[in-house]
Structures are given as C-alpha cells and as structure tokens.
Design a protein. Structure first.
Length: 196
C-alpha cells in the first residue's frame, strides 16, 4: 500500500470527525442561544476549528443551522417508531421526559429559542415536518394523518413548555403515572383516528 493510499482513510476520518464536532457544537450553541445570537465564531471555538472551516463544511450559518435542526429532530424521542402501543408510549415518554429533574429535551428547546426568528423558523418548521411530523403521521395513518400528527405534536410541545420550561404548579407537581393517563386519553382520538 502506498503512502497516499494509507493517508486517505485517515484524512476521511479526520474530515468526518471535524464535521461531526462542528455539528455537535452548532446544536449546542443554537439550542442555548437561538439562531440570531449563536455566532459562527462561538460554534467554531466550541468545535476547536476556525470559522472558515464551518463555511467549508456547511457553506453558511444557515446551512449549518439546517443540518443542526435535522440532527435534533431526526431521533425518535417522544414519538417512537412503533405503531403498536403508540398512544401509551408517547404519553409515558412525554410525562417522564418533562418531569422535574428529567434530562432536557433539546429539540423542543431549540424550537423554542428559534421560533421567533424569521430567518430560522422556516428551517425549524421544515425539520419538524420532515422528521417527527412525518414519522407520527406515518404511524397513525388514515384520514387527515398530517393534521392529527401536528395536533399530537402541539399537545406534546405545550405540555413540555408548561411543565418543563415554565413549570406551572399543577403540571410540574403532577404524578407522572396520572399525567401519562391523562395525556393518553387526549392523544387517543388523535392517534386512533376516532376524532369525529
């Protein structure tokens, strides 16, 4: 094997690692500060690269933000991947992930911090629709699946906002099991299609 051949895989690994470091830093920066206040220099500093490297890998702050949104909303968090038991799984996951002391839900926080920014909101909307929205619509199926899926997401986002971010007394103090029961009863007509 030539020196050139042996260097190529390492170079590719370095490029992949650099891109990954930038993307992870961007998710953290956008989640903490929102789109407008997150700076390319701060992201570069977090990732241990130069700002020029960000442009080289992602083209622009907007391109980086779009990939950060995709990274945040692609994993199955509150909305799982299985149709069977969907309502109960979603309700239980939402109750547990919004409980006081639970690990924060970065996709929701990213959405909240960037929702008022005209430059970011369209990218966030597309990320939600392309990932969690389409996944939930595909799982519930039937008539008006997209509308019903978005209603389910609105219930999830509202519960997260009031319980985990604002901390309204009734929701923050609610028993997880009881909250999951209530959420399941609200989600059932949406996920089953019996909403009429």
């Amino acid at each position: 094997m030539s020196a050139e051949e042996s260097a190529t895989p390492a170079h590719r690994r370095d490029a992949v690692a650099t891109r990954e470091a930038i993307l992870a830093a961007a998710v953290a920066e956008f989640t903490e500060n929102g789109y407008a206040r997150a700076g390319v220099r701060q992201i570069a500093e977090r990732a241990g690269v130069t700002a020029m490297m960000i442009n080289r890998y992602f083209g622009s702050k907007q391109g980086l933000f779009a990939e950060a949104v995709d990274r945040s909303f692609a994993p199955a968090t509150v909305v799982g991947t299985e149709r069977r038991g969907l309502t109960q799984t979603m309700a239980r996951s939402l109750a547990e992930s919004t409980a006081p002391g639970a690990e924060r839900l970065d996709p929701f926080l990213l959405m909240l911090r960037c929702a008022s920014d005209p430059a970011a909101v369209d990218i966030v909307r597309r990320g939600i629709e392309a990932h969690v929205g389409s996944r939930l619509a595909g799982l519930i199926g039937g008539d008006e699946a997209d509308v019903r899926a978005q209603l389910g997401l609105a219930l999830a986002a509202g519960t997260w906002l009031l319980r985990a971010v604002i901390g309204t007394e009734a929701l923050a103090g609610a028993d997880d099991d009881r909250l999951a029961e209530l959420l399941a009863s609200m989600l059932e007509p949406i996920t089953s299609g019996d909403s009429r």
